[in-house]
Design a binder for this molecule. Structure first.
Ligand SMILES: Nc1nc2c(c(=O)[nH]1)N[C@H]1C(S)=C(S)[C@@H](COP(=O)(O)O)O[C@H]1N2
Ligand SMILES: [Mo]
Length: 306
């Protein structure tokens, strides 16, 4: 009870301080303007999913990014993602399901009442942020898709349009960016189909108009600007695993006990706290979400399945 109350107070405080209409009710979003940039998005805070850490500043969340389709420097996405056209936008939900469907982005926004959730996000590079996302549990979409018995994994496929994404001309990763989850990971209520942050539609550099957020895994599992969600029988190929299979595994759960081959994963730098004297933070198992997800990996060797 005490913990819950603290969370609620914390979330109200956080949103009041940043001017978010956090407690404004379950308004469904309606986005009429084709240029959605900066458009407000109403959502109701879900106190079950509010990290107690202080949210990272909007400016940091939107100017320090990884989105290789727009370049590999942290500042590239904010600088170059203006060419991304997040509307009109369609997302194909397909594969081993009874109800394949091509969603218009505005229909995706109406799947279920939008929720505001404050999640920690930890990049495999060793930095982290705390982000007030807006979205709905991916499970809401999966339930409507009605997976067949052959659906063992979900693959997430990102837009790959060279006319909108200048980074595609550099062959760093296999485009389109591909990621995947096991079915039970995808169904976990934490896994968020994400359409906004800080009370607004997703900025382009954060993966407009829709991405997935998987807070107990390294950031690269959280694919941006999705155009396909595909249900498959075999573990799908993923861009980072293809790039360096010994460094980036399929699971990529945040795990301070399993180092990246080239650096430790025991600690992290919280963006915004990176003054010279700011101590590093200890990285938490499953990024602190063990209560919700540890059971998914019971009996698995997490050093082998990294
Ligand atoms: N399509 C696509 N999705 C992506 C990436 C990318 O390069 N392309 N980078 C990933 C990585 S490494 C991280 S850490 C997060 C960063 O998300 P953010 O910029 O919203 O914090 O996005 C992930 N999703
Ligand atoms: Mo990352």
């Amino acid at each position: 009870m005490f913990e819950n109350r603290r969370r609620v107070l914390r979330s109200i405080g956080a949103f009041a301080a940043t001017g978010i209409a956090g407690a404004s009710g379950n308004a469904f979003a309606t986005l009429s303007s084709p240029d959605a940039k900066g458009q407000k998005l109403a959502a109701k805070t879900n106190p079950q999913f509010v990290a107690l850490d202080k949210p990272t500043a909007f400016k940091d969340i939107t100017s320090y990014n990884n989105f290789y389709e727009f370049g590999t420097d942290k500042g590239d996405p904010a600088e170059h993602a203006g060419t991304l056209r997040p509307r009109p936008w369609k997302v194909s939900v397909e594969g081993a399901i009874k109800n394949p469907k091509v969603y218009d982005i505005d229909d995706l926004l109406k799947l279920a009442p939008l929720e505001e959730r404050v999640y920690r996000l930890r990049c495999v590079e060793g930095w982290s942020m705390v982000i007030p996302w807006i979205g709905v549990s991916l499970s809401e979409l999966i339930k409507r898709a009605e997976p067949t018995g052959n659906a063992k994994y979900v693959q997430f496929i990102t837009l790959a349009d060279p006319s909108q994404m200048p980074g595609l001309s550099t062959p760093i990763l296999e485009w389109p960016y591909s990621e995947g989850l096991r079915m039970d990971e995808a169904m976990n209520p934490l896994t968020l189909l994400t359409v906004g942050l800080y009370g607004e539609v997703l900025p382009n550099q954060n993966g407009a108009p829709v991405r997935v957020i998987v807070p107990w895994k390294y950031g690269f599992k959280s694919a941006k600007s999705l155009v396909k969600i595909r249900f498959v029988e075999k573990q799908p190929p993923t861009s980072w695993n293809l790039y360096a299979p010994s460094e980036y595994g399929f699971y990529s759960n945040v795990n301070p006990g399993v180092d990246h081959p080239r650096w430790s994963q025991a600690t992290e730098r919280r963006i915004g706290e990176d003054g010279f004297f700011a101590p590093k933070r200890k990285t938490l198992m499953f990024n602190g979400y063990g209560d919700q997800v540890a059971s998914l990996y019971q009996g698995m060797d997490l050093k082998k399945n990294f």
